[in-house]
Design a binder for this molecule. Structure first.
Ligand code: GUN
Length: 299
């Protein structure tokens, strides 16, 4: 039987709609408008596209969007000074510094300068520690989106065998922590794992976040498993010369024949990242004002 295709585009639209409803209520009942500040340093084309999309979707959700575009040569001290200013600004509830930063800037230092309560990326060392110890934190957007899709599809994740392929700080490690928080039995595997196919075949939940095009074939997938493909890899188009194609870390066609459900690339995890950024900004605004957190939009 063919796998159910998990429609991340539709799910992300639903999440954005829920965020927009909460935002409207915050405005009418409390006179509050959640605000997201995005800092972009330099002119990396992919980052420019991300930042534009973030700005548009933030406004569509009824939130305030503050964009700070800085020249690539901006000093680290000036970036830190901007972060300090945003930390102190009561209209800003979330701060995102777009990565990568230029080579002369210490990204870790900049990220750790953001107030942990406004760190909607969940990259600040305090949030990493809070997540790792099961305490309330800001959770990185992509793994949060994966968790929401898994809960939506499977209901309870308790007791399930989860394998995360990839050990990045942005996806693999926080994903594993979130799955552990939902009582999965979690394995973090990676490109050097011995017998990776055997390890993957154990998984009721297989999260691929390794960054290698179509590395995971269908015969590594347990029949009926739920497969979440975080990979976004551009490869030469197999049929159209001179064109490229986006593929995930999973070989979609063969995996879809075996899995119970699978996210496509594009249109799977990708759209969930910005939706969760909006959700985190809303959560940060609620926490800052002592209001209850939006249900279903947090870990
Ligand atoms: N660059 C690519 N993805 C991201 C992200 O999720 N957050 C930030 N800050 N930078 C990125």
């Amino acid at each position: 039987m063919a796998a159910e295709i998990i429609d991340g585009k539709a799910f992300a639209a639903k999440v954005r709609g829920q965020v927009a409803d909460h935002v409207a209520r915050l405005k009418s009942e409390h006179g509050l408008t959640p605000g997201l500040a995005v800092v972009l340093v330099g002119e990396d084309p992919a980052s420019q596209v991300y930042v534009r999309n973030k700005g548009v979707q933030t406004q569509e959700a009824g939130m305030a969007s503050f964009e700070h575009k800085l020249d690539a040569a901006t000093s680290e001290a000036d970036i830190l000074a901007l972060v300090d200013k945003l930390n102190a600004d009561p209209e800003v509830h979330g701060i995102l510094v777009q990565l990568p930063l230029p080579a002369h800037v210490d990204s870790t230092k900049v990220i750790n300068r953001i107030s942990p309560e406004k760190d909607v990326d969940g990259f600040h060392i305090l949030n990493v520690g809070l997540l790792g110890t099961g305490q309330k934190s800001m959770v990185p957007c992509t793994p949060l989106g994966c968790l929401m899709m898994l809960r939506d599809h499977l209901g309870s994740l308790s007791g399930l065998e989860a394998v995360v392929v990839g050990r990045s700080n942005i996806v693999g490690k926080p994903m594993a922590q979130l799955l552990l928080g939902d009582s999965c039995t979690v394995t973090i595997a990676h490109s050097r794992t011995k017998d990776l196919g055997e390890v993957c075949r154990r998984a009721d939940i297989l999260v691929a976040a390794v960054g290698r095009a179509e590395m995971i074939p269908g015969d590594w997938v347990k029949p009926g498993a739920t497969v979440i493909d975080v990979g976004i890899n551009r490869i030469p188009h197999p049929e159209k010369e001179g064109k490229t194609k986006l593929v995930g870390d999973v070989e979609f066609d063969s995996a879809a024949k075996v899995a119970g459900a699978i996210t496509p690339v594009p249109g799977g995890v990708g759209p969930m990242t910005i939706a969760c950024l909006l959700a985190n900004t809303l959560t940060a605004c609620c926490r800052a004002n002592g209001l209850p957190e939006p249900e279903g939009l947090t870990a």
